[in-house]
Design a protein around this ligand. Structure first.
Ligand code: 13P
Ligand code: SF4
Length: 317
């Protein structure tokens, strides 16, 4: 399928026919981002999914995102163009592992990243995304022990920002972000001394970036640890002429649209999420034509997960 004008018209026509809203994550291929009704980070898309009055949500992202939309709107039809679009980070903890961890820390509050399965969310007190993780943890009384899962790098970022010693972090990671490493970042930063650094907190190199700032290699105000949505806000505000971006490469499309005069470059241009890229123009068309792949969440699991997801979308709103 060629994502040309005829494809776009057909996608829009079918979406209207189905009374469907098309949501696309910032890591989708540019054509899908551009045909969607809304493109954004995981928190923004969750909020839109919760508020939309369309009867069908077509989620162009990965499975946990579509599941989150279904948890929030159990009566809506939620479609994902390819149900095989998983997430290595969500796979790094399952409900049984979380139950065992909770048993080791009775009374601890469980904060789970939205990149988790519905079953893990059902064992969670409050979910967060990269854009509100720090606010979510700050909203929990200081003396309260916290279990934070599954991303170790986001966990380390939250611990640094909040200074919480009683925050225990699960050792999970996203293979794409973990693969953007410190030496690579240091090399790029040295070759582009005037560039801002936009770094997603899931990156293994976030600590290295702060280290570079600490030793004066990069001025501290140029190092920004941001969610994908936060990167867009920062892109509109930056006075730098070039920005090194440490996240999945799909992000470059929205950044370039937001600030066309800035030169955005990936720190690692192989940082592409194969799960996000399973949502192809052909898959989106098939999804709208055939009403597939429908996302189902066991109603009892959804009921138990809903409170944690609702708390997430309320904090920082
Ligand atoms: P955000 O859009 O919340 O920054 O999340 C990034 C991510 O890895 C989603 O898969
Ligand atoms: Fe999951 Fe990483 Fe892909 Fe995001 S980029 S969907 S966290 S595997």
């Amino acid at each position: 399928v060629v994502p040309d004008a005829a494809w776009r018209d057909e996608v829009r026509r079918l979406a209207e026919q189905r009374n469907a809203v098309i949501l696309a994550h910032n890591y989708q291929v540019p054509e899908i981002q551009d045909v969607a009704d809304h493109t954004g980070d995981s928190l923004a898309l969750s909020r839109i999914a919760a508020e939309s009055d369309a009867s069908t949500i077509v989620f162009c992202g990965v499975h946990f995102m579509a599941e989150t939309a279904k948890i929030l709107s159990p009566h809506k039809t939620v479609l994902i163009p390819d149900a095989r679009a998983g997430c290595s980070l969500a796979d790094s903890i399952d409900a049984e592992q979380l139950r065992a961890w909770k048993a080791e820390h009775p009374g601890a509050v469980v904060v789970s990243y939205v990149n988790t399965t519905a079953e893990v969310k059902a064992e969670t007190d409050i979910c967060c995304t990269s854009s509100n993780a720090v606010d979510v943890v700050r909203a929990i009384p200081a003396e309260q022990e916290i279990l934070f899962c599954p991303d170790q790098f986001l966990g380390a970022h939250v611990r640094r920002e909040t200074g919480r010693e009683n925050l225990h972090v699960w050792a999970g990671e996203c293979h794409v972000h973990a693969g953007i490493n410190g030496p690579e970042l240091a090399e790029r930063a040295a070759a582009n001394p005037d560039a801002d650094l936009f770094i997603h907190p899931e990156c293994g190199c976030a600590t290295s970036a702060l280290y570079l700032a600490g030793e004066g290699t990069v001025p501290a105000e140029r190092v920004k640890i941001l969610s994908t949505g936060g990167m867009l806000t920062a892109a509109r505000a930056t006075r730098a002429r070039s920005v090194l971006v440490a996240t999945e490469v799909g992000m470059l499309h929205q950044l370039r649209k937001a600030a066309p005069d800035v030169d955005f470059r990936a720190v690692n241009d192989r940082a592409s999420c194969r799960f996000m890229k399973m949502i192809t123009p052909g898959a989106l068309l098939r999804s709208l034509r055939e009403g597939v792949d429908e996302v189902h969440v066991d109603p009892e699991i959804a009921e138990r997960a809903r409170g944690a997801v609702r708390r997430m979308i309320e904090i920082g709103n």
